[in-house]
Design a protein around this ligand. Structure first.
Ligand code: NI
Length: 268
């Protein structure tokens, strides 16, 4: 399997990142893509990618940091320099988020939109695909993407950890995006504020457009829910997709690996 979105670059893995990577390799995870959420975590994702052959990086600024990033000066220029490294395979996680978290209120949507748009242009200028973050902002994310249709690649990228309505899903698929699923696909019921069950979303998306990921250290799949997540548990995501689609895990594994290479052309 490939874990197309996780955060071994986060503090949660400071002490044992090497063991976590070895466990994932032993479990059969052939590639791991670490995604940045601001400049320092993007740089750390790249540093890990340089250190380990099977690790790659996606660099970008998450909407939660849209109100602080201007303080860092020419942040787009700094991201652009990182993309010169061939182990950077995409721009992410970028997008919009209207969910109010305990740790983070809702950042001014105008700032979120501006930071998102600047990074769509960075992706255009570097020829890299997007890795989109959306939480309860699906309509606005789609609107921004449609307005920038001329600046999207033929294969524009993926929605990471998809959540949203069937309408948003259909629009994302129509724009050519692939759809990422995580361990929360194994959770019963619906996440707060959502109106469409993830299992229904996963059943609807053609296997040819699905990508597996973990979002480690978050969203740990059942039966490890509540513990820190690790890339090795991407296998549980693949197994859940197989169950929902009533097809073999082997088929899910082969196709989602192929899909990940299709979207992230720098992945080797
Ligand atoms: Ni993430």
């Amino acid at each position: 399997m490939i874990d197309a979105h996780c955060h071994l670059n986060f503090h949660a893995f400071n002490k044992d990142v090497d063991e976590v990577i070895k466990r994932s390799q032993a479990a059969g995870v052939e590639r791991i893509i670490n995604t940045g959420t601001k400049l320092d975590s993007s740089a750390h994702a790249l540093q890990l990618a340089e250190q380990y052959d099977n690790l790659y990086a996606i660099v970008g600024v998450h909407p939660h940091h849209a109100d602080k990033i201007e303080e860092e000066g020419d942040w787009v220029g700094q991201l652009k320099i990182m993309t010169n490294n061939p182990k950077v395979v995409g721009i992410g996680e970028i997008g919009m988020d209207y969910f109010s978290y305990h740790s983070n209120g809702i950042v001014d949507p105008k700032l979120q939109k501006s930071v998102f748009e600047q990074q769509i242009m960075l992706a255009y200028n570097t020829g890299l695909p997007l890795q989109i973050h959306n939480r309860q902002a699906g309509e606005d994310v789609i609107e921004v993407l449609k307005a920038h249709r001329n600046y999207l690649q033929a294969i524009p990228g993926m929605f990471h950890c998809f959540a949203g309505s069937m309408q948003v899903l259909k629009e994302a698929l129509n724009l050519g995006f692939f759809i990422g699923f995580d361990g929360n696909l194994t959770y019963p019921g619906m996440a707060p504020g959502e109106t469409t069950a993830l299992s229904d979303i996963a059943k609807y998306v053609p296997l040819e457009r699905i990508i597996c990921e973990t979002d480690s250290p978050y969203l740990t799949a059942v039966p490890h829910r509540g513990q820190r997540n690790e890339p090795q548990y991407v296998i549980l995501v693949g197994q859940q997709i197989a169950r929902l689609k009533q097809i073999s895990y082997e088929k899910v594994k082969q196709q989602t690996i192929k899909n990940t290479y299709t979207v992230f052309k720098r992945l080797k």
